[in-house]
Design a binder for this molecule. Structure first.
Ligand SMILES: CC(C)(COP(=O)(O)OP(=O)(O)OC[C@H]1O[C@@H](n2cnc3c(N)ncnc32)[C@H](O)[C@@H]1OP(=O)(O)O)[C@@H](O)C(=O)NCCC(=O)NCCS
Length: 176
């Protein structure tokens, strides 16, 4: 079991345009709207239905969690006061994975890059992590581009029951 505090509130972060906050109960409907939007989840392994999304939200808020579930830290991302996305770190293997999901209305303006870059900086500077990974659908050009812009690079092509995907990684000493 890792020593990373999963269910304690995550520290807030700020970027030029965005506020990254710990989730609050009142963010629930916005979160459900995001992760149950088929346009958003087309290439993401997300909750299968509303009940699964509610369970995930409870876990993100630290209200529940089964022993053995992967630890995670998740930020609700706001532009002004509008919820625009979700960025997380999850400890499935030894090295944590970074992930991000943004609302279609926010796509194409560099917001995912800005928020994910901030979480990578937090992982490096505050958690002292030396390596981060990500997995992404082979055909998912936008997500691959975000990973590359924040400093991850492609390390492997892997296969699971859903098909081929790419593994990306960042390690201390890489840019930025
Ligand atoms: C992937 C996602 C997070 C990108 O969000 P975003 O805010 O639009 O990302 P950004 O604007 O920061 O950067 C996107 C980059 O991809 C590029 N891009 C977008 N679509 C592309 C395409 N079809 N082909 C090539 N590049 C593409 C953009 O041009 C931009 O790169 P640039 O700055 O060099 O021009 C967003 O589309 C999303 O949430 N999708 C659904 C959830 C998801 O798939 N998450 C990733 C799981 S691994």
């Amino acid at each position: 079991m890792s020593a990373i505090p999963t269910r304690s509130p995550v520290p807030p972060r700020k970027t030029q345009r965005l506020r990254l906050d710990a989730y609050r109960p009142e963010d629930r409907d916005a979160f459900l709207g995001l992760v149950l939007d088929p346009r958003v989840m087309a290439r993401v392994d997300g909750p299968a239905d509303r009940d699964a999304a509610l369970a995930l939200f409870a876990r993100i808020c630290g209200e529940s969690g089964e022993p053995g579930e992967p630890e995670c830290m998740a930020w609700a991302v706001f532009e002004h006061d509008t919820y625009v996305g979700h960025v997380f770190l999850v400890w499935i293997d030894v090295d944590p994975e970074i992930g991000f999901v943004f609302a279609p209305a926010a796509w194409g303006r560099g917001l995912a890059t800005e928020a994910a870059g901030e979480v990578l900086a937090f992982a490096r500077d505050s958690l002292g992590l030396a390596r981060l990974t990500a997995s992404v659908d082979l055909q998912h050009a936008a997500s691959r581009r975000v990973l590359e812009k924040i400093g991850l690079h492609r390390v492997a092509q892997e296969q699971d029951r859903d098909g081929a995907y790419l593994r990306y990684a960042w390690q201390a000493g890489d840019c930025p």
